[in-house]
Design a protein around this ligand. Structure first.
Ligand code: PRP
Ligand code: MN
Ligand code: MG
Length: 186
């Protein structure tokens, strides 16, 4: 699939699975079931977090509920503009709930820092973040994240939810994109 577009496999399907199980174990310990605030509420950030969200939720040994938000920091370009738009808001009130934002990647940190500020104003009982990937060398705004799957180099990565111009999300692994793909202008 996508013959020649993927330069290398950065994180294999198996590595994602193993790390997701570890993250789930560490998170589950912090949210004992039966809390008066109710089940942990996972907020998946569409579209990138879709696969991590579903795999992570199934790896957790505690009951969770799911909500989704769609925000966009950049469309078809490979670098963040810093402009965050809400494309789809939450369906439900999160006041008094334990909330965990589930993200696929922290790149500049702009999306998440904006989202954290936005969700805090809705008065959740607690608000934390789990992200599968983080690029320490691309960070522009520091965001406090309790659980990170992998710190990765500042290269353009796709797959397992991550896109370039809406393509490659359906790859089961994380790969680096061959520069010819985004330098040809398509
Ligand atoms: C990507 C990614 C993160 C965000 C990270 O989403 O899924 O949500 O960018 O970038 P940042 O840390 O520089 O803000 P994108 O806006 O491309 O939307 P998508 O999830 O629908 O692909
Ligand atoms: Mn995203
Ligand atoms: Mg994207």
């Amino acid at each position: 699939m996508y013959e020649g577009d993927i330069a290398s496999v950065l994180i294999s399907q198996e590595e994602i699975e193993t790390r997701t199980a570890e993250l789930a174990e560490s998170v589950a310990k912090r949210y004992p079931p039966g809390a008066p605030e109710g089940d942990l509420l996972l907020i998946g950030v569409l579209k990138g977090a879709i696969f991590f969200m579903t795999d992570f939720a199934r790896a957790l040994s505690i009951p969770t509920q799911m909500e989704f938000m769609a925000v966009s920091s950049y469309g078809s370009s490979t670098s963040s503009s810093g402009v965050v738009r809400i494309l789809k808001d939450l369906d439900k009130d999160i006041a008094g709930r334990h909330v965990l934002i589930v993200e696929d990647i922290i790149d500049s940190g702009l999306t998440l820092s904006w989202l954290l500020r936005n969700l805090k104003t809705r008065n959740p009982a607690s608000l934390e973040v789990v992200t599968l990937l983080r690029k320490p060398d691309a960070i522009k705004i520091d965001v406090e994240v309790a659980d990170v799957g992998f710190d990765i180099p500042n290269e353009f990565v796709v797959g397992y939810g991550l896109d370039y111009d809406e393509r490659y999300r359906d790859l089961p692994y994380i790969g680096t994109l061959d520069p010819k793909v985004y330098s040809s202008g398509s």
